[in-house]
Structure formats: structure tokens, C-alpha cells
Design a protein around this ligand. Structure first.
Ligand code: AVJ
Length: 319
């Protein structure tokens, strides 16, 4: 029995096809958009790690505080033998959970980044004799097939990344998560909360400009992968709060009229001066809204924990 297994459910070329489709759709529509998942190449992932340490970006610290305080309660409430983590990345915050889940048999990290999975998985099996790690290279927004491991199962989706999905996409996503759960299984979900506008906007427009660089990095990804000729310096970083939808939007605002060529798509894209490209929605939540969205897919909110300052929440819901 090998304690570390890696399964690819994503074809090697799926990423390229998805990027092409997203760029074509997003840059020929109005308003122009690009999905946030394309921020995370090696450089973008490094920039995101830096964001998590910025004084203005509170979500990572707030969620870690909750995990540290509540890991024991989460373990007692779930008695999980299998932990599935969607978008596991470095599995950094997960260690608090892994330490508390005393009956854990298998950890199933799911991520699109093979390098992140291998790094995190190898070090975990070395540190935790007896723990099996079965990593899945997969896009968690697509339908997942989980390995056959002992229950109860705990599916964790941390970081507030669910906020990157639009409401209709969230319903589809939560439905597919629900289908992975049997009676007695649970979902642990991280959600950033609605709060003072200034605090929110500063978290996405930091003084050091790291988030601006992160935002513009998506243009470099399109340049490299699709041979486009975006000039990242020709765009300004914009972060704004949409009070109706209760979400933060990140945009790139064209500083001048310009045309961008994307040879791999045989496409030329015109930008007017001041035209904005939406690169991310990051929704903020309230307890009643989270409860309603879970309820709508047959999940019952069982526990709700926030950090001391009430900025971020972890919810535990049951099938
Ligand atoms: C990783 C998706 C949770 O929306 O707060 C950070 C990404 N974007 N700064 C978020 C992000 C700008 C982050 N998530």
C-alpha cells in the first residue's frame, strides 16, 4: 500500500482548451471579463502567497484563527476518516485540521496544480506516518470522482474561494459537492463576511501594490500561453465594492485606447480609453445567505464559527 497516490482526472491539454475558451468568450463579450482561476500560474501563486501576508488582507489570518480555535470541535463533530480538500494549494492551514482529526485514514487534496499537490503530499506522508494521501489533479468546479475511502467524509473548501463563483455557479457547485456526501458526511466551508466598505476595498487594493501586480499577472498568463501582446503597464488596477450584489470586483482599466493581438485565437481585441475588464468577483456573505444557499441543495447548517473580530466564517453543514 502506497501512502502517496496521485491521480490525474484532468487531461494534460484540458487547461489549454479551457483557457482559450475563457479568453475568447470573455474578451469578445461586453463587458469584458476573464475568470479569476487564470491568476494562478507559478508567479501568480507566489503573489497570492504574498497577499495573504499583507496587513490589509485579513481573510487568511482570520480563517487560520478559526481553524486553530475550532479544529477540536470540528473533529469531534465530524469524526472524519476521510478529509477531502478542494483547492488545497499548499495545504498550509489544513495542517491544523489534520492534527485534530485523530481518526483520519486518508487525506484527499484536490487541486489543478500538480506541483503543489506533490510537494504538499510528499511532506505530509513523511510527517504523518499512517496517513494515506491520495491527491487528485482536478478542477473542483468540474464533476469529481472521489477515491473509495472509509467514511465519514469531510469535504473542506476553505479560503473564501466560493466567493469567486457567481450565485448561479455557486448553486451548481454546491449541488455537485452535495452529491459527494452520504448521510453522516459534512462540508466545511470558508466564507468571507460583509463588513465596512473601506476594510473590504483596502484588502483588494493594498498600499504596497501586490494585489495590483496579482491582477495584472493574468495578462502575462494570456501573453505567455496564447502569445498575446498585452502591456500590463497600460492598465490600472481597480477594486470596488458592489453594494447590491455584496461583492468586491477587481478590474483592469485600460489607460488608453489600444488593440491587443491574440494570435493563438486569431483575435484582435479593442479597448477604449477607460474601458474596464472584470477579472474577479469576490462575494462576501451573511449567515442567513449561507444557510439559504446550503439549504437549497439539501445541506443543513449545523455549526457557524467566526474569528474574534467577526470578519470571516467557517460553517459546518451536514448531508
Ligand atoms: C483566494 C479567491 C479567496 O477572493 O479574496 C485575493 C483571491 N483576489 N486578492 C479572494 C484574491 C485578490 C482570494 N481567494
Amino acid at each position: 500500500m502506497s501512502p502517496f497516490l496521485l491521480t490525474r482526472t484532468l487531461p494534460e491539454d484540458a487547461t489549454d482548451a479551457a483557457l482559450r475558451a475563457d479568453v475568447l468568450n470573455g474578451l469578445t463579450g461586453s463587458p469584458k471579463t476573464l475568470p479569476p482561476k487564470w491568476f494562478y500560474d507559478a508567479h501568480g501563486s507566489e503573489l497570492f502567497e504574498q497577499i495573504t501576508e499583507l496587513p490589509e488582507y485579513y481573510p487568511t489570518r482570520a480563517e487560520r484563527e478559526i481553524l486553530i480555535t475550532r479544529a477540536g470541535e470540528i473533529a469531534a463533530a465530524t469524526r472524519a476518516r476521510t478529509l477531502v480538500e478542494l483547492g488545497s494549494g499548499s495545504s498550509d492551514k489544513t495542517r491544523h485540521l489534520l492534527d485534530a482529526l485523530t481518526d483520519l485514514h486518508t487525506y484527499v487534496p484536490v487541486d489543478v496544480s500538480e506541483s503543489a499537490l506533490t510537494q504538499a503530499g510528499q511532506s505530509l506522508v513523511a510527517e504523518r506516518p499512517g496517513l494515506s494521501v491520495h491527491a487528485l489533479i482536478a478542477d473542483f468546479t468540474a464533476s469529481l470522482v472521489l477515491p473509495d475511502t472509509p467514511g465519514p467524509r469531510l469535504v473542506a473548501f476553505l479560503g473564501g474561494t466560493i466567493g469567486n463563483l457567481l450565485p448561479a455557479e455557486r448553486a451548481v457547485f454546491l449541488t455537485s459537492i452535495r452529491s459527494l456526501l452520504s448521510p453522516g458526511d459534512a462540508l466545511l466551508l470558508g466564507t468571507d463576511l460583509v463588513k465596512d466598505e473601506k476594510v473590504l476595498v483596502e484588502a483588494y487594493d493594498d498600499a504596497a501594490g501586490v494585489t495590483a501586480a496579482f491582477n495584472k499577472n493574468v495578462l502575462s498568463v494570456v501573453n505567455r500561453e496564447l502569445h498575446a501582446d498585452f502591456d500590463p503597464d497600460a492598465y490600472d488596477h481597480v477594486a470596488l465594492w458592489d453594494p447590491e450584489n455584496e461583492w468586491i470586483e477587481m478590474r483592469l482599466r485600460s489607460r488608453a485606447e489600444q488593440t491587443v493581438k491574440i494570435p493563438a485565437l486569431d483575435l484582435a481585441v479593442d479597448f477604449a480609453e477607460g474601458e474596464e475588464l472584470r477579472t474577479e468577483v469576490s462575494a462576501k456573505f451573511r449567515k442567513d445567505g449561507v444557510r439559504a444557499e446550503l439549504d437549497a441543495v439539501g445541506l443543513e447548517l449545523a455549526r457557524w464559527w467566526t474569528d474574534e473580530a467577526g470578519r470571516f466564517a467557517l460553517s459546518l453543514s451536514v448531508a
